[in-house]
Design a binder for this molecule. Structure first.
Ligand SMILES: *Cc1c(COP(=O)(O)O)cnc(C)c1O
Length: 386
């Protein structure tokens, strides 16, 4: 029996072509080396020129979570037992786990209900003498008023780790995310704006952080990144800090390079077009609300909407019955057993969690798919709303 999945409109997917297949095939058939080597070197170079920054400032790893972990680990002061990092509860669990991996303490805080970005007034209340950093998440690719975050950090003597997993290729005031700021982390997992299969990158101009993460991705072996890019390895070496197996492989990098070559020409315009179409077609629906954003500056990674009349779950069910997948980005972390299980109250976050719904968004989606989805949403409210 053949299972026909084609009719389901997927929430997200990898958008792959012959270009990616050829790139991976080249590494497999020609290089005979699948580890971290010249392809990763080239991917980092290409990311740096895409972002308009120095080549040294980009370090690729094997996931966005690994990028966050190493970024946090490398800014911790020595003997930093119990260092705290303030971050929005409404984010992917990867952020919270990354803080734990670095032996730091995640302090969940509120979001602004208009854009679901970190609420600095609430964050201020959660700062203690143990706080070392703030971790804003560029939710749905939008950085909001990034300058305010840096003013806040300066005032409180904090580092900033930007979770830009949604925001690769997006701008803040005409400057690329990652080309400004303290430490920025990207993800190239299967469904992000570009994918390398799995992967991520740390971007910073801080030399000390760069040295730490370059070594830490290869078990802490000093200077091994440079050697491997030249096709060599270290046999006699020193290790000063703990390290991990987080380096990117040549296969991942080849796939990532192929995707990067398609971002400006294919993925970015398509994502912007579809996100704009959603806004236009669903504008008349009074039961729902779009988040504050700026489509001229961002490459939208997800398409969240807020359902204001308490019918989010029935809409989700109705869409699924009509073969449309949706998502909920995200279950707040302070509701999870590991991170508090309601031990802090974050009323805005908890209210938003009941309202959010992400509609399908990926470059293989057609305009007529978005029209069909919007019509289905409108049908639902016409039938069931009073
Ligand atoms: C995808 C994602 C991550 C983690 O990236 P991985 O590459 O999946 O490890 C972190 N934060 C957010 C907001 C993400 O969407």
């Amino acid at each position: 029996m053949q299972i026909n999945n084609n009719k389901i409109v997927r929430l997200s997917k990898s958008c792959l072509s012959k270009i990616e297949a050829t790139a991976v095939e080249r590494v497999i058939l020609e290089d005979g080396y699948l580890g971290m080597g010249s392809e990763v070197d080239l991917f980092e170079k290409e990311i740096s020129s895409f972002l308009g920054i120095e080549r040294e400032s980009v370090v690729c790893v094997n996931s966005g979570t690994a990028a966050l972990h190493l970024a946090i680990e490398s800014i911790l002061p020595p003997d930093s037992e119990g260092s705290e990092i303030v971050l929005p509860s409404l984010t992917f669990v990867a952020d919270f786990q990354a803080v734990l991996m670095a032996n730091a303490v995640p302090i969940p805080c509120e979001i602004n209900p208009d854009n679901l970005l970190i609420d600095l007034e609430d964050a201020q209340k959660r700062i203690t003498e143990k706080t070392i950093a703030i971790l804003p998440v560029h939710y749905a690719s939008y950085p909001g008023e990034l300058e305010k975050i840096y003013e806040f950090a300066k005032k409180n003597g904090l580092r900033v780790i930007e979770d830009a997993a949604h925001a690769f290729g997006s701008y803040y005031k005409n400057k690329k995310i990652g080309s400004i700021g303290d430490v920025t982390c990207f993800s190239f997992d299967g469904i992000k704006n570009i994918t390398s299969g799995e992967g991520g990158a740390i971007v910073t101009s801080d030399r000390q952080v760069l040295q730490r993460v370059k070594d830490a991705r290869l078990l802490g072996i000093e200077g091994d990144s440079t050697k491997r890019f030249a096709g060599q390895r270290s046999w006699d070496f020193d290790v000063k800090y703990r390290g991990f197996r987080y380096h990117m492989s040549n296969i991942f990098a080849a796939l990532g390079r192929a995707q990067l070559s398609r971002l400006n020409t294919e993925f970015s315009p398509k994502r912007k077009l579809l996100a704009g179409l959603y806004r236009e077609l669903l504008k008349p629906v009074k039961e729902l609300k779009f988040l504050e954003t700026d489509l001229s500056q961002i490459i939208p990674h997800i398409q969240p909407i807020l359902i204001l009349n308490g019918m989010r779950d029935s809409l989700k069910e109705y869409l699924l019955q009509n073969s449309i997948q949706t998502g909920i980005h995200y279950k707040p972390n302070h509701l999870l057993s590991l991170f508090g299980n309601y031990s802090v109250q974050l009323p805005t976050t908890e209210k938003i969690y009941e309202q959010i719904l992400s509609l399908p968004l990926h470059p293989d989606l057609l305009q007529k798919d978005v029209e069909m989805i919007c019509n289905t949403v409108i049908d639902f409210f016409t039938k069931y709303s009073d």
